[in-house]
Design a protein around this ligand. Structure first.
Ligand SMILES: Cc1cc2nc3c(=O)[nH]c(=O)nc-3n(C[C@H](O)[C@H](O)[C@H](O)COP(=O)(O)O)c2cc1C
Length: 192
């Protein structure tokens, strides 16, 4: 099963090799050092005005908050696979700036932090899978998040397991090669 990106020019190996599995080792535990490393990678992302509007809730498999989010916070198909990962990291954004105005760049900034986080996870030999299919109100309530915090994504992080652990369409998706639009389709002006 080759998941490495096919690219027209060389890119960083970690960027080419990173992918989002759904089959996770249910016995694996992420170490404190690994968690520190991926959170530091996120922390050092750039943000507009250095506002750093991201907040992280690290829920380890087996902990009460993990159990609650796994049971009530994930939508549909995500409930079947994501709780098997070693941790679920809920990423929330501060929706307001220091002077109480809406922080329009917060989602963009948080995306940069999560990109760092998932890339660092892969560099450590772990895998990460971002999840937009979650129930924000349920997660907000379970984690007792402040009013101005909005959960923006959940990231499953853990050790990848054989695809055969999955069944049906999930298995089929797991073994597919990764695809992207061609550069011709996404570079509107100035394609090299
Ligand atoms: C913001 C965001 C939300 C996503 N939501 C889900 C989701 O709810 N369930 C899921 O299985 N995958 C989800 N994904 C994973 C994408 O489907 C995946 O990243 C994409 O197909 C590219 O595959 P790759 O990461 O292996 O390159 C999400 C990814 C992102 C960035």
């Amino acid at each position: 099963m080759n998941k490495t990106a096919i690219t027209a020019a060389q890119i960083l190996p970690v960027l080419a090799d990173r992918w989002s599995p759904r089959s996770y080792d249910t016995n694996h535990e992420v170490t404190s050092h690994e968690l520190l490393s991926i959170l530091e990678a996120a922390r050092w992302a750039p943000s507009a005005n250095n506002s750093q509007p991201w907040r992280f809730s690290v829920l380890k498999r087996g902990d009460a908050l993990h159990t609650a989010v796994a049971a009530e916070g994930l939508s549909g198909f995500n409930q079947a696979w994501a709780p098997n990962a070693s941790v679920l990291i809920v990423v929330s954004i501060k929706t307001l700036t220091a002077d109480g105005k809406e922080n329009h760049s917060a989602p963009y900034d948080a995306g940069l932090a999560v990109a760092n986080l998932v890339t660092q996870a892969h560099e450590l030999g772990l895998h990460a899978h971002q999840i937009g299919g979650f129930i924000p109100e349920a997660i907000k309530s379970i984690l007792e998040l402040d009013e101005d915090l909005r959960p923006i994504v959940v990231v499953a992080v853990g050790k990848v397991a054989p695809a055969e652990q999955l069944e049906g369409p999930a298995y089929e998706r797991e073994i597919q090669p990764r695809t992207r639009f061609e550069l011709d389709e996404i570079v509107l002006h100035g394609k090299p």
